[in-house]
Design a protein around this ligand. Structure first.
Ligand code: PLZ
Length: 455
C-alpha cells in the first residue's frame, strides 16, 4: 500500500465538499499515516516534531481529512492560521488566478499591485487613524525581527523589552525574545543581546494585582534594569499565545502604551497569533482601544499562505533607509492574493462576530465543565482563542500530565487540540471561524469524556 493518495484521486476528491462531521474509519493513526510517519522519521530532521501522527489529505470548514479517510475536528487551525477556513473558496480562487498569471518577480525588482493593496488594507484595518506604512515578510518571526530593526532605526537606541511567558519565534533574535527554554531555545544559544524581560500581568496567578499595579511593576523593572533612554521598543502579545493564552488585567496594556509614549519608546504589538478576527475583534488591541506604534501580523492574514507584516506610524516605518528592509520572497504575489481574499472573507462574512459566537458557546460549555471539576483552574481567552488552565485539584499548581492526557485522549477520538503554557498545562482551542456549532459541540463532548475518563 502506498501512503499517499494518487494525485488524480486527490483532484477528484477535492471537488467534493467535505462532510462536516467527525468520522473515524480506522484507529488513529491509520495504516497510511503509520507508514508515512515511518518515512518521516527516516527523511525529516528529528527536531521537527508533530502534535498528531496523522497526515492530512484535505481540509475545509471545521474538518481535516487524513490520508486514511478519517474526518478530524479541527480545533487548532494549524496554530491560528486558517481563520477563514482551510482552502477557503475566495482564497483558492484568488491564488489559482495569481499562480497562472505570475508566481514571483520579487517586489524589490519589479513590483506588483497585490503587495501595495495588502499594505493599504493593513494600514486601513490596524488600530489608529494616523498615517501608516506597511512592509511584508514571510513568517511571524521575520516580521518581529523587522519591527525591532525599524524601532532601532527610528529611536537610535538598541534595547528591546519583552515579557514573561512571551513567544516571538525561533530565529536567533526572536529566540532571545521568547521566554521558554524547552523546546524553543535549549542548546541553541548564544542568543542576541540587548533583550530584557519584564513581568507580565497574569490574573490567574497574580490575584490582587490589577492592571495598573502590574504595569507599574513592569515599568519599575524596565526603568531600573534597562533605562528608558536605552530602550528602542517594548514588544508584547496583547493576549499571549504559546505562553498560555494569558490575558493581562484590564488597564495593563494602556498603561504600558502611555509610558512608552512619554518616553519615546516604540510600542510593538505582536498580533501574529491574535490578529485578523481571531479574538472577536479585527485585532486584540482593539478590545481596550490600544493603538500600538507598530503591529506585527502573520498567520491568519493569508488563509494559510506564508505572509507576515509590520504596520505602523509612517514616521517610524519610514526611518529605515531605502534598501534596508526586504527579502527575496517578502510579500510573494500568491500570498498577497490570498491575503486580499482572506481579508475580504473576514469583512464580508463578519467573522469577528462569528468569533464572538464561538467564544460564548465554548465558554458556556467549559464553565459547566469547570463547575464540576476543580482541576480546571481557569478558563480564559477571547473569540475563537480560548484556553483552560489545568491544575492539581483545588490548587494553582500546574498539571502538565493531565493536560497531555486529555489532549491525547481527544486526539485518539479525532479532535485536534493543542496545548501551550510555560508549564505545558494549558489546553487551547483555535477553531477556524468556518466551523459549525455542531462540530464545536461534538469536540467539546469528546473533551468532556476525556476529562471524565482521566479521574
Ligand atoms: N509571535 C505571537 O504566536 C508563532 C509557533 C509554534 P512564525 N506561534 C506558533 C512553534 O512551535 O513554532 C508566533 C506567535 C507570536 C511570533 C510567532 C512566530 O511566527 O510564523 O512561526 O515565525
Amino acid at each position: 500500500m502506498t501512503a499517499t493518495l494518487d494525485p488524480t484521486d486527490t483532484l477528484t476528491a477535492a471537488q467534493e465538499p467535505i462532510a462536516q462531521e467527525r468520522r473515524l474509519v480506522t484507529d488513529l493513526p491509520g495504516p497510511r499515516s503509520v507508514e508515512l510517519m515511518a518515512r518521516k522519521t527516516g527523511a525529516v530532521a528529528a527536531g521537527v516534531g508533530t502534535t498528531l501522527p496523522v497526515f492530512a489529505a484535505r481540509a475545509g470548514g471545521g474538518i481535516v481529512v487524513d490520508i486514511d479517510g478519517n474526518h478530524l475536528i479541527d480545533l487548532g487551525s494549524g496554530i491560528a492560521v486558517t481563520t477563514v477556513g482551510n482552502a477557503a473558496p475566495r482564497v483558492v480562487e484568488a491564488v489559482q488566478a495569481q499562480v497562472a498569471a505570475f508566481t514571483h518577480t520579487c517586489f524589490m525588482v519589479t513590483p506588483y499591485a497585490g503587495y501595495v493593496e495588502v499594505a493599504e488594507a493593513l494600514n486601513r484595518l490596524t488600530p489608529g487613524d494616523h498615517e501608516k506604512r506597511s512592509a511584508l515578510f514571510n513568517s511571524g518571526a521575520e516580521a518581529v525581527e523587522n519591527a525591532v530593526k525599524i524601532a532601532r532605526a527610528h529611536t537610535k537606541r538598541t534595547a528591546v523589552v519583552v515579557f514573561d511567558h512571551g513567544y516571538h519565534g525561533r530565529t536567533n533574535l526572536t529566540m532571545a525574545m521568547t521566554a521558554k527554554n524547552m523546546p524553543y531555545k535549549h542548546g541553541f544559544g548564544p542568543f542576541a543581546s540587548e533583550v530584557y524581560r519584564a513581568p507580565l500581568s497574569y490574573p490567574f496567578r497574580d490575584s490582587g494585582v490589577d492592571g495598573a499595579a502590574a504595569a507599574a511593576r513592569a515599568i519599575d523593572v524596565i526603568e531600573k534594569q534597562v533605562g528608558a533612554e536605552n530602550l528602542a521598543c517594548v514588544v508584547i502579545e496583547p493576549i499571549q499565545g504559546e505562553g498560555g493564552f494569558i490575558e493581562p488585567a484590564e488597564g495593563f496594556l494602556p498603561a504600558l502604551v502611555d509610558w512608552c509614549r512619554a518616553n519615546g519608546v516604540v510600542f510593538v504589538a505582536d498580533e501574529v497569533q491574535t490578529g485578523f478576527a481571531r479574538t472577536g475583534a479585527m485585532f486584540a488591541c482593539d478590545h481596550e482601544g490600544v493603538v500600538p506604534d507598530l503591529i506585527v501580523t502573520a498567520k491568519g492574514i493569508a488563509g494559510g499562505l506564508p505572509l507576515s507584516a509590520v504596520t505602523g506610524r509612517a514616521e517610524i516605518m519610514d526611518a529605515a533607509h531605502v534598501g534596508g528592509l526586504g527579502g527575496t520572497y517578502g510579500g510573494n504575489p500568491l500570498a498577497c492574493a490570498a491575503a486580499l481574499a482572506a481579508i475580504e472573507t473576514i469583512e464580508s462574512e463578519d467573522l469577528t462576530a462569528r468569533a464572538r459566537e464561538i467564544e460564548a458557546l465554548m465558554k458556556d460549555r467549559l464553565r459547566a465543565l469547570q463547575a464540576a471539576d476543580d482541576r480546571i483552574g481557569d478558563i480564559r481567552g477571547r473569540g475563537a482563542m480560548i484556553a483552560v488552565e489545568l491544575v492539581k485539584a483545588g490548587t494553582t499548581e500546574p498539571d502538565p500530565v493531565l493536560t497531555k492526557q486529555v489532549a491525547s485522549a481527544a486526539h485518539a477520538q479525532g479532535v485536534i487540540v493543542l496545548t501551550c503554557g510555560t508549564h505545558g498545562n494549558v489546553l487551547r482551542f483555535l477553531p477556524p471561524l468556518a466551523i459549525g456549532d455542531a462540530l464545536l459541540h461534538d469536540g467539546l463532548d469528546v473533551l468532556e469524556a476525556a476529562f471524565a475518563a482521566s479521574r
